[in-house]
Design a protein around this ligand. Structure first.
Ligand SMILES: Nc1nc2c(ncn2[C@@H]2O[C@H](COP(=O)(O)OP(=O)(O)O)[C@@H](O)[C@H]2O)c(=O)[nH]1
Ligand SMILES: [Mg+2]
Ligand SMILES: [Zn+2]
Length: 366
């Protein structure tokens, strides 16, 4: 691949994740005289876009289709007009990944919260008893987005015994095949360097329950107090006004962090794929069942039930898998099948293009 002229024309955009793959995708728009930029905030028909010339406010009227999954969102790479009042966003580049949740409306719809996310950090507090089913639920969402999930066990200072901590990490690892599990203590400053290295150079979002320590982690990664940490408000009773003007922030070690209010409460939306990845070992076992449509209830020759009997597969895992599948099926039943199929097809194609671009980038970097 030859390097595109626009990649060298936008040096400051590399801090936001601009790479040769994006430059190639942008080439036809550059030829039209449009500027590349990354959306750092979206609100009411407008968005803030970081370009090589600084942050510009742009109108999204030209890219507001009826389909809620095709609207511009934080993290998108867009083509904006070089001048004009208002300046319009003309289009956005094919997304490599997309984080979607279901809206709580009766007729469940997908809502896109963040685009082009590389890592989803699932924050799980060690201050309370581990709830593995909850972790599995977050992981299904994370996998479904197309990003790589990472579990971060927070507040490790509350588990001073290293053997106990080791067991907790192992328990989570067993519930999270293919997912790195880290433990950190923001209070002691331990493990943060490992996390910073994992997310460095990429686009990251933080998921987790309220109180899990997400804002604390974000501030530690950002190197400044940008997010409001709960205890501060409680202590002085006033609250600290940390209204950020953007939802996408540059990390000092390279890469960006996306924080959108919507990401704090997320429900599964057509996450069958993600559920399959969380329970990869069950899906592998299922391939050995006598009947290909085995429900693993009481069928003869069921490899999944045999694994539960032999102790290889914890019954808790199977229960959790079934619950998440059922939850997902309920949501899928409420959504428009044709629309879903279309989106899935498009993402598959775009995902493949994105992965190829990322691999090409890695290949070059070596
Ligand atoms: N002991 C301990 N407490 C922490 C740590 N990190 C965060 N907390 C506390 O956990 C509470 C929730 O943190 P916050 O970052 O606001 O969580 P969020 O709701 O997920 O954003 C606050 O009282 C923090 O001070 C840690 O490493 N150790
Ligand atoms: Mg918070
Ligand atoms: Zn079976």
């Amino acid at each position: 691949m030859s390097s595109s002229p626009s990649s060298s024309a936008s040096p400051s955009l590399s801090a936001y994740g601009w790479d040769a793959g994006w430059a190639d995708a942008f080439a036809p728009h550059a030829a039209e005289g449009l500027l590349p930029g990354r959306v750092v905030r979206v609100d009411r028909g407008q968005c803030d876009v970081v370009t090589a010339d600084g942050t510009v406010r742009a109108d999204t009227a030209h890219v507001t289709p009826k389909d809620p999954l095709r609207v511009v969102c934080t993290g998108d790479w867009v083509a904006v007009e070089p001048a004009g009042d208002p300046r319009y966003v003309r289009t956005y580049l094919p997304r490599r990944t997309a984080f979607v949740r279901s809206t709580s409306s009766k007729r469940s719809e997908g809502q896109i919260l963040a685009a082009n996310v590389d890592h989803v950090v699932v924050a799980v507090s060690l201050a309370a008893e581990l709830e593995l089913a909850r972790v599995e639920r977050f992981l299904a969402l994370a996998w479904e987005s197309g990003a790589q999930p990472v579990v971060v066990l927070t507040k490790a200072d509350l588990v001073p015994d290293p053997v106990t901590l080791g067991h907790l990490v192992q328990d989570v690892e067993a519930a999270a095949p293919g997912v790195p599990v880290l433990s950190v203590s923001a209070a002691l400053g331990e493990g943060l360097d490992v996390l910073a290295a994992v997310v460095s150079g990429s686009t990251t979002v933080l998921l987790g329950q309220s109180g899990a320590g997400k804002s604390t982690l974000a501030n530690a990664l950002l190197g400044e107090d940008v997010m409001e940490v709960q205890a501060i408000r409680d202590i002085d009773g006033k609250g600290r006004h940390t209204t950020t003007t953007r939802n996408l922030l540059v990390l000092p070690g390279g890469g960006v962090l996306i924080d959108t209010p919507g990401l704090r409460g997320v429900g599964l939306w057509d996450a069958g794929h993600g559920v399959g990845q969380v329970f990869a070992e069950i899906e592998e076992l299922a391939a050995e069942c006598r009947f290909h449509d085995c429900a693993h209830e009481r069928e003869p020759g069921c490899a999944v039930l045999a694994a539960v009997d032999s102790g290889e597969l914890p019954e808790r895992r199977l229960d959790s898998y079934r619950k998440l599948l059922r939850e997902n099926q309920r949501i899928v039943a409420k959504t428009d099948a044709r629309l879903r199929a279309e989106i899935r097809k498009e993402w598959k194609r775009r995902g493949a293009e994105g992965r190829a671009a990322m691999e090409a980038k890695r290949g070059r970097a070596r």
